[in-house]
Write a protein that binds this ligand. Structure first.
Ligand code: AMP
Length: 429
């Protein structure tokens, strides 16, 4: 079997890890990959968004299954392109990827499908957006409709902040094309979870549920980032809640996409707020695995991932995954200055022998000519600890995160704090 993973971040390193585990003898390629994927796959120096060269590479290497990691190539039609050339590819076509690439579109789909989500309005011009903001209760969330690499949503405590955010996007063009259309919505309260559903557009196979930590600093403070860490499973995601999410969120969304004749196949990622009464509300949809969620959920899949992805890529139903009944915690190590202006170039040292149950996934790393590993992006590494219990998984992730050295390393020691507090409370009871 010849497999190609498209992308070059921590998610793709985790994908390569999972595929390699299940297919020790396969020819595995990653484009463009990174120094981490180079240890598991052959890296192809092709940008993920370069559709022409990616299609040529799939041809040249006789790829049987392509798994697309990031959203941008999906939104630009990489899956359509490869499918048109007769290849099996896991990931939605451009039309279905609009669920992520246009928040305005996602809101419209949810409204028609009756999916619970924050009340919102979409704007293309500043004046009506400001009027809407002035007439609505604080806090408000102002979102660039287009793809903004996790930086497009601004949670605003006051109407004044919301007006400034809208001015920045619609007036000042601070997020470029992505912010030319803006969604203003009510702020939801509760606890967030990430539910990742592998789907052919009809049936669903859920990955273990994760909770991401979007804020830069401990205690969930500081600016929003692409994600500073995650853990899985999450105890509030009970079977009853997941059933409700399936019934009220995932299946109606898929049905509406079918009705529009743009069925969604791939990973439908629902970012959900669970309100204090236990009801799920959609914060956002993504059209692919999350990052760092992939680094925390894929190590919990014991078997069946390749079969599941291949079946969906060929138009069949998602096959059941075999899960590990363990816990995983991922800690992200970011570069100094992240998220605004990450400093590149710091030399990285990773302990040669990683402890049991620990994986280090590369994201923003590069090797210089002398072979020294250096930071090359905002999020540099993700350290995943897997163990029979949450506390031990957390300890494993934290100990190795501490042991990895590079100048200016930014990381949170409190990943999983909500789960830890719940466990403590249940022991005290
Ligand atoms: P998004 O880009 O839509 O995923 O938003 C990024 C983050 O902003 C989310 O993970 C939430 O933490 C926060 N957020 C977005 N929309 C809302 C909302 N309506 N209410 C509360 N928080 C939100």
């Amino acid at each position: 079997m010849r497999l190609l993973v498209v992308g070059g971040g921590g998610r793709e390193h985790a994908l390569c890890g999972a595929l390699r585990r299940e297919n020790p003898d396969a020819d595995l390629y990653c484009a463009p990959g990174n120094p981490g994927t180079a240890e598991l796959a052959v890296n192809l120096p092709i940008a993920a968004e370069d559709l022409d060269r990616m299609a040529d590479a799939a041809d040249m290497h006789g790829i049987d299954l392509t798994v697309v990691g990031p959203e941008l190539p999906l939104a630009r039609g990489l899956a359509d392109r490869l499918r048109a050339e007769g290849r099996a590819v896991f990931g939605p076509g451009a039309a279905a990827a609009q669920l992520e690439a246009s928040k305005a579109f996602a809101k419209e789909v949810m409204a028609v499908a009756g999916v619970p989500t924050a009340t919102s309005r979409t704007f293309h011009e500043l004046r009506p957006a400001l009027n809407y903001i002035a007439a609505h209760d604080e806090p408000l969330v102002v979102k660039a409709s287009g793809l903004a690499a996790g930086k497009g949503a601004i949670v605003c405590a006051t109407r004044r902040d919301a007006a400034d955010a809208a001015r920045g996007m619609l007036g000042g063009g601070i997020l470029g094309e992505a912010g030319r259309t803006v969604v203003v919505e009510a702020c939801l309260q509760g606890e967030e979870i990430s539910v990742l559903a592998i789907t052919d557009g009809h049936e669903i196979e859920l990955l273990p549920v994760a909770q991401d930590h979007k804020r830069l600093l401990e205690g969930d403070t500081g600016p929003n980032t692409g994600g500073m860490g995650a853990y899985s499973p999450v105890s509030i995601a009970t079977p009853a809640l997941l059933e409700r999410i399936r019934r009220e969120v995932l299946l109606p969304t898929l049905a509406e996409m079918q009705r529009r004749r743009t069925p969604f196949s791939g990973v439908l990622y629902a970012g959900l707020m669970i309100d204090p009464a236990g009801a799920p509300w959609v914060v956002e949809f993504n059209c692919r695995l999350g990052d760092p969620e992939a680094q925390v959920v894929l190590p919990l899949v014991a078997d069946g991932l390749t079969d599941c992805l291949a079946s969906v890529a060929l138009g069949g139903p998602p096959r059941p995954l075999v899960r590990r009944s363990e816990s995983a915690v991922t800690t992200v190590l970011a570069a100094e200055g992240y998220p605004d202006a990450p400093r590149k170039g710091a030399a990285i040292t990773i302990p040669a022998d990683l402890p049991e149950g620990v994986s280090v996934f590369h994201a923003g790393t590069t090797r210089d000519q002398a072979g020294v590993l250096r930071a090359s992006g905002g999020r540099v590494l993700a350290v995943t600890g897997v163990a029979p219990g949450f506390d031990e998984a957390r300890r494993r992730s934290r100990v190795t995160a501490e042991a990895i050295g590079f100048e200016g390393k930014v990381w949170r020691r409190d990943i999983g704090w909500r789960e830890a507090a719940r466990l403590e409370a249940s022991v005290g009871r």
